[in-house]
Design a protein around this ligand. Structure first.
Ligand code: TYD
Ligand code: MG
Length: 460
């Protein structure tokens, strides 16, 4: 039985339990239950009524009041600002999550430097690197002249006191996992420590109206260490991603109380830090030779921005009993669906074939509009017939084998035209809507037939 007033809170999922257990009954995580004193009354008992509450000083307001848009600290790193929703909001807390080594410290050092050069008062607190290391990096990136206030500190108390004593506009904490409070028995980096540190910093952000950016390392299974708890506390979560072996880095909004979450920022990691890539299509399609069989250029949308990427498929006879399915940059389940539709509706058979699908450049595509591009790449590899060099592909494939129209087809076509593409394999509806030549299809089988016949010159 629990002691009087004691509850056990899972540090991973936030589940509340009356008894301690080694494994959280809600989420199954191990060793995450921590004893806390119950602060609130049990539900129902002596709860104040609404009117009593308003008498006791709670004031109600209407929704219909003009609220000015929140002011923003424009850092000057425009890819970053756009993903934030137009700059960093004062008094907000943000988490930048990513694998170790992806470039979080590099990005935030650039953001800090640029913001300070634009007039913001910026503190960069590193718990991971010594001052000399940060300074050397800044020098290499040509940012040594930026008036950023640097500190190396891991004590939560010292950080909070330091930030309270001064009026900063923007504070970067690199990383939340290195901060620890001596008032807690848990080890640095543990869920309890991370939660306490994040909690204090978020409170400080609101109280002092300073924008706080926390760096968080992602654990192997893709969770932010100090699982999920930090995500719930902050106003925005940005994920910084990159495929090993590619220089491209993608900044993605995963949660944002002050902006859209589907925007991406594209960077290229170079010798002198991260370079902003304002025209990612040109980068992802940075090829010169003929487009081979199995390649299809997808005209996609990432947030508000059209982005062209190449889908590459390889369909090859399988040497083993169980054929292989491997996919990079796209969803495995979605590949299984497209293969099933190709088999059931287009008479193709993949039962004895290995299938590999790759999105070039290290971008991860989540749009359903990519279905037709994936299917076209597969069909092209299957028939060993290349698609026309100047043709982009987009469209959603339904289980019945129909091709559905997708959003903002004109924006996709415009971006394609800008990069020298002159035609599109696309939903029939696009024929009238687009200025370029469209090979319109209503069924996936029409697209597959066209690819197998190489029938592209006459138009539809
Ligand atoms: P870093 O920002 O330290 O990563 P994180 O903070 O996410 O752990 O970046 C580390 C990697 O970036 C490292 O492998 C070196 C590389 N890098 C460059 O290639 N060029 C540069 O100018 C910098 C600063 C780093
Ligand atoms: Mg780092």
């Amino acid at each position: 039985m629990a002691r009087d007033g004691a509850i056990y809170v899972c540090q991973s999922c936030g589940g509340v339990h009356s008894k301690w257990a080694g494994q959280c009954p809600s989420c199954g995580a191990w060793n995450t239950l921590v004893e806390e004193q119950q602060a609130s009354r049990p539900p129902g008992a002596l709860a104040p009524t609404k009117s009593a509450r308003s008498r006791s000083g709670l004031t109600f307001e209407t929704l219909d009041v003009e609220t000015p848009a929140p002011p923003r600290i424009v850092t000057g790193v425009s890819e970053f600002d756009r993903v934030c929703g137009g700059g960093v909001v004062p008094g907000s807390a943000m988490l930048l999550a990513g694998d170790p080594g992806v470039g979080k410290s590099t990005l935030l050092l650039q953001v800090s430097a640029q913001a300070s050069l634009h007039g913001a008062k910026v503190a960069y607190i590193s718990g991971e690197e010594a001052i000399e290391q940060v300074r050397a990096r800044a020098q290499r990136m040509g940012l040594a002249h930026a008036p950023v206030q640097l500190a190396a500190e891991t004590s939560l108390r010292a950080v909070i006191d330091g930030l309270k004593a001064d009026a900063f506009d923007l504070v970067v904490i690199d990383s939340i996992q290195t901060l620890w409070s001596d008032q807690l028995e848990a080890a640095p980096g543990s869920v309890t420590q991370v939660r306490a540190a994040a909690g204090e910093l978020v409170r400080l952000a609101k109280k002092k109206r300073v924008a706080v950016i926390l760096v968080g390392h992602v654990t192997k299974d893709g969770q932010i260490a100090g699982p999920r708890v930090v995500e719930h506390m902050v106003d925005a979560v940005l994920a910084f991603e990159g495929e090993r072996g590619y220089p491209f880095r993608i900044l993605r909004g995963a949660k944002n109380r002050f902006g859209a979450t589907d925007e991406i920022g594209v960077f290229e990691m170079g010798d002198v830090g991260l370079r902003e890539v304002s025209n990612p299509s040109a980068l992802f399609l940075n090829d010169t030779g003929e487009r081979a069989a199995g390649a299809a250029v997808f005209a996609g949308l990432e947030g508000s921005r059209p982005v062209l990427v190449e889908f590459q498929a390889l369909v090859a006879p399988s040497a083993y009993g169980t054929p292989r399915r491997a996919v990079v940059g796209w969803d495995t389940g979605r590949l299984a669906m497209v293969l099933a539709v190709l088999e059931a509706r287009c008479g193709m058979s993949f039962g004895d074939k290995d299938v590999y699908l790759n999105v070039a450049g290290g971008l991860r595509i989540t749009e359903p509009a990519a279905d037709l591009a994936a299917a076209a790449a597969l069909a092209s590899s299957f028939a060993d017939k290349p698609l026309p060099q100047d043709c982009v592909v987009f469209g959603e494939v339904s289980l019945s084998g129909d091709i559905r129209a997708v959003s903002r087809m004109d924006a996709r076509a415009k971006e394609a035209a800008k990069l020298g593409f002159t035609s599109a394999l696309a939903p029939r509806l696009a024929e009238e809507a687009l200025a370029m030549k469209v090979y319109g299809v209503t069924r996936l089988s029409e697209a597959v037939d066209r690819i197998a016949r190489g029938d592209f010159d006459g138009g539809a």
